[in-house]
Design a protein around this ligand. Structure first.
Ligand SMILES: Cc1cc2nc3c(=O)[nH]c(=O)nc-3n(C[C@H](O)[C@H](O)[C@H](O)COP(=O)(O)O)c2cc1C
Length: 191
């Protein structure tokens, strides 16, 4: 017998799961690297987060079918480009399959030679620490080695399957809540 609760359902399909998870608003990154021919590769990725301050770790989840992921796994080095609200077109290009995604963007090389997409809010160069199974995705933990400059711009957001941008609402949580936030820098800038 199926367990029923007045507060939820255990009968849902992947479309309903996607709709429910789409209520969680995220930023958008493009994760870049180079393949064995030294060509730049990358894909749009919302499943990115800061994981640990000490040591500085990040996390992201590539689909097992991603064509970019094998190149990142082989290199062991990648750059996370955090997109600004001026870069919706960049997200669209890197969020779809394509041979020559980099022809539509300007990019520079990080210290390890990985692509840094110009005009991103910021970027971080990382090395792969661990890779574990996550259903139809991998769960990748990376160590942050190099931080790029931070642009004073607004982020590109993804919410309910669409793009969104926002002014920063200056609503400040209580101090004890802020202390637990990995992305609070102790100043008055809320990232
Ligand atoms: C806003 C947005 C967020 C995405 N987030 C992810 C993600 O977290 N993980 C993932 O594997 N693919 C994600 N994708 C889909 C990939 O970017 C897309 O499948 C892309 O074609 C993969 O390229 P590749 O096969 O060259 O690696 C996202 C796409 C968009 C547009």
């Amino acid at each position: 017998m199926v367990a029923r609760s007045p507060f939820g359902t255990d009968e849902f399909d992947s479309r309903q799961f996607r709709t429910a998870m789409g209520q969680f608003c995220t930023g958008i990154t493009v994760i870049t690297s180079k393949n064995s021919d030294d060509e730049p590769v990358g894909f749009a990725c919302q499943s990115f987060a800061a994981l640990s301050l000490a040591p500085p770790l990040v996390i992201f989840c590539p689909m097992k079918t991603s064509r970019t992921w094998p190149a990142i796994a082989e290199r062991g080095t990648f750059v996370v480009n955090i997109l600004s609200n001026r870069q919706q077109a960049v997200s669209a290009v890197f969020g779809a399959p394509g041979q020559d995604k980099f022809s539509s963007v300007s990019w520079d090389s990080s210290p390890a030679g990985m692509p840094v997409i110009r005009d991103s809010l910021t970027w971080v160069e990382c090395t792969v620490e661990t890779v574990t199974d996550g259903g139809d995705h991998y769960v990748v933990v990376g160590r942050a080695n190099i931080l790029g400059d931070v642009l004073q711009d607004k982020p590109l957001l993804f919410y309910r399957g669409g793009y969104l941008s926002t002014e920063h609402p200056r609503v400040t949580p209580a101090q004890e809540e802020l202390d637990n936030f990995l992305t609070w820098n102790g100043g008055d800038t809320w990232l």
